[in-house]
Ligand binder design. Structure first.
Ligand code: PLP
Length: 361
């Protein structure tokens, strides 16, 4: 079979080594005679898997003991509801930094629970989209917390600076940013991420929360979204998505084997540099994000001759470069190059882009 490089934004590629290991042990996990999907989440064998996944994630992200790691369900969108329900307390407002599609979705959901403020930080100057630096965010002093999204998966925008506001609760939607580089957890009070972008299969959502925040939950919070309840039950209040948890654990071990996040960051830098260089040096491909805010994970671009879009996608896909179609609200192309995308995949894409430009440009 020809090698396939899948540029899907999510669910997305999983490291080949991890898939091979999962395949090897699929029907007979650790000589149990059963698949990991068929054993109790309360068995000591599964609990061991769950704990190892947590510990490996703690090592990778250097998570201090004062933070809980929760393995939740309901995706990142579930967290759009869980956050206000758990963290507003008696406060009636929260700040939502609006940098693109997903941060705006979080804001819209929060309106069900309070009177949130949307702080728009993106601006378009001469057709280039830029974001206000953190020091220019106008924070509202009564806000229960500040919510932002460091990587807008659809818009291809990133905020690499970590927000620091004295005595403010900082929450980040890290769905497409987590594990792509080291971060300082202590700059955040809560970060969350659905697994299907840069971790593993859909179904599990990681929440990393400073433990003093477990107490604010409203009494109306559904038990399966209540952080304190989830934490007290070690993320097993209800049956967790065991396969997704197990596979995410394998990905964490794979990341450690690659040398951890410092090494991964170098590789991600190299991959995104290659692609952006191709775009920068061409009049055929365009990316209109300010260089400082270009996403390393989701590289969006479009063809100046948009009538060639379909041909581009078709020919790319015939060469094994799949899922390059941009999100319907942005159009054009999007190459999602998460941790599992090997350097060779990006090299192949850049080669194809050069060929395509020579042929049709
Ligand atoms: C994909 C994505 C979401 C939505 O995730 P679900 O798990 O489908 O709810 C939210 N935020 C960001 C930044 C995303 O990339």
């Amino acid at each position: 079979m020809q090698s396939i490089y899948n540029f899907s934004a999510g669910p997305s590629m999983i490291p080949k080594d991890v898939l091979c290991q999962a395949r090897k042990e699929l029907q007979n996990w650790k000589d149990s005679g059963s698949s990991i999907m068929e054993i109790s989440h309360r068995s000591k064998e599964f609990i061991q898997v769950a704990l190892e996944a947590e510990n490996d994630l703690r090592d990778l992200l250097n998570i201090p003991d004062s933070y809980k790691v929760l393995f939740c369900q309901g995706g990142a969108r579930g967290q759009f509801s869980a956050i206000p329900m758990n963290l507003l307390g008696n406060v009636k407002t929260a700040d939502y930094i609006n940098s693109g599609y997903w941060s705006n979705c979080a804001f819209i959901e929060a309106k069900k629970y309070c009177n949130p403020k949307s702080i728009v930080i993106s601006k378009k100057i001469n057709n280039t989209i830029s974001l206000l630096p953190i020091c220019q965010w106008h924070i509202n002093k009564n806000a229960a917390y500040i919510h932002y999204c460091p990587n807008e998966t659809i818009d291809g925008l990133s905020i690499y600076e970590e927000p620091i506001f004295k005595n403010k609760i900082i929450i980040g939607d890290f769905s497409s940013y987590i594990l792509s580089r080291p971060i300082n957890i202590e700059n955040f009070d809560l970060i969350y991420a659905g697994a299907q972008k840069n971790i593993g299969p859909a179904g599990i959502t990681i929440v990393i929360i400073r433990d003093n925040l477990l107490e604010y939950s409203s009494t109306k919070t559904p038990s399966i979204l209540d952080y304190k309840n989830i934490s007290e039950h070690h993320s097993m209040f209800n049956t967790p998505p065991t396969f997704s948890w197990y596979l995410s654990g394998l990905v964490f071990k794979w990341l450690k084997k690659q040398g951890g996040l410092k090494e991964i960051e170098k590789l991600n830098q190299k991959k995104s540099d290659l692609l952006y260089q191709k775009i920068n040096t061409s009049d055929f491909y365009i990316n209109n994000v300010d260089i400082k805010h270009r996403s390393q994970m989701n590289v969006v671009f479009h063809l100046v001759k948009s009538e060639l879009n379909e041909i581009f996608l078709k020919e790319a896909s015939e060469l094994g470069l799949t899922a390059l179609k941009g999100h319907r609200i942005v159009g054009g192309m999007r190459a999602s190059i998460y941790n599992a995308m090997p350097l060779e995949g990006v090299i192949s894409l850049v080669k194809f882009m050069s060929y395509f430009e020579n042929r049709y440009g």
